[in-house]
Design a protein around this ligand. Structure first.
Ligand SMILES: [Zn+2]
Length: 310
């Protein structure tokens, strides 16, 4: 058994324009890091396109069609202040969402233990009817709904350690007791949601961190709030919104995590998955904008997943 690595070259063709932090070089940096001999055992697969029926479990058809219609024939189009589409964005978005769905399918079929999806655009800010924060389709939420609809999963959890709150995932899960969302994030920071008292129907667990907080604060938030709640929820599939922008080097936020903190949380999530759901875990890339920090943090994240799978 093994760790699956899912990506697709089309994800490089989502062009956000000069100077945009969410850029194709992020995936190139990850590819370079994972070319090291330590990653030889990864099972590498290309992401299929997500079926529109899978996307439309979360996003209304009118929204999906609006995104498709917004794709320009050339150059860029701004969907909001920082969410950009280019001619390659539709295909990239389908592959990015298709990656998580494919990873769920492969794990449910017993062909891998766990998986990491290196894709873009990211997804956790996309609300059912609103693109925002560099995100078009909310891949992780769509994967959760897919695990239920296609594989009969009853209780699906998403843990989100991106430095930004996953407002889209929270909105998608808000009133569904069989879906769990747990997030650490810096507050105040974009998108402004993620307060402690945003609890849905008792299924949302936010643990906001202050600017300047470090790995000790991050670990305490998981130990004291999110991991006990996850344990009580007892998921039968665990999904991870893996953003690496809480790293001290990241230009978009002010937390002070280092690689060892990402290895730590990955180990904890692997442990929770082993305890509750036979290790079934799919992690997908969200943010992370300093290329060196992103590459190194992704490497320790994937290494820890591989350690669990071997
Ligand atoms: Zn982020």
């Amino acid at each position: 058994m093994t760790t699956l690595f899912v990506s697709h070259p089309a994800c490089l063709l989502h062009d956000t324009g000069y100077g945009h932090p969410e850029r194709a070089d992020r995936l190139r940096a990850i590819d370079d890091a994972l070319a090291a001999p330590a990653f030889k055992a990864l099972k590498r697969e290309q992401a299929p396109r997500a079926e529109l029926t899978a996307i439309e479990r979360l996003h209304p058809q009118a929204y999906v069609e609006m995104i498709r219609a917004s794709i320009p024939a050339r150059d860029h189009k701004m969907l909001d202040m920082d969410t950009v589409v280019s001619p390659g964005s539709w295909e990239a978005a389908l592959r990015a969402t298709g990656a998580s769905i494919h990873a769920v399918d492969q794990i449910m079929a017993g062909k891998a233990d766990n998986a990491f999806c290196a894709v873009r655009p990211p997804g956790h800010h996309a609300e059912p009817s609103r693109a925002m924060g560099f995100c078009l389709f909310n891949s992780i939420a769509i994967a959760a709904l897919h695990a239920r609809a296609a594989h009969g999963a009853k209780r699906v959890a998403v843990i989100d350690f991106d430095v930004h709150h996953g407002n889209g995932t929270q909105a998608a899960f808000w009133s569904d007791r069989d879906l769990f969302y747990g997030s650490t994030h810096q507050m105040p920071l974009f998108p402004g949601t993620g307060a402690l008292d945003e609890t849905g129907v008792g299924n949302i667990f936010n643990a906001p961190l202050k600017p300047g907080d470090d790995g000790d604060d991050f670990r305490a938030a998981y130990e004291n709030r999110i991991l006990p709640a996850l344990d009580a929820f007892a998921p039968d599939f665990l999904l991870v919104s893996a953003g690496f922008d809480a790293h001290v080097r990241d230009p978009l936020a002010n937390l002070r995590l280092v690689e060892a903190d990402f290895a730590w949380i990955t180990g904890k999530l692997v442990e929770a998955a082993a305890k509750h759901c036979g290790g079934k875990l799919v992690s997908t890339l969200e943010g992370g904008y300093d290329l060196e920090a992103l590459a190194n943090s992704t490497a320790v994240h994937v290494e820890t997943l591989m350690g669990a799978a071997s």
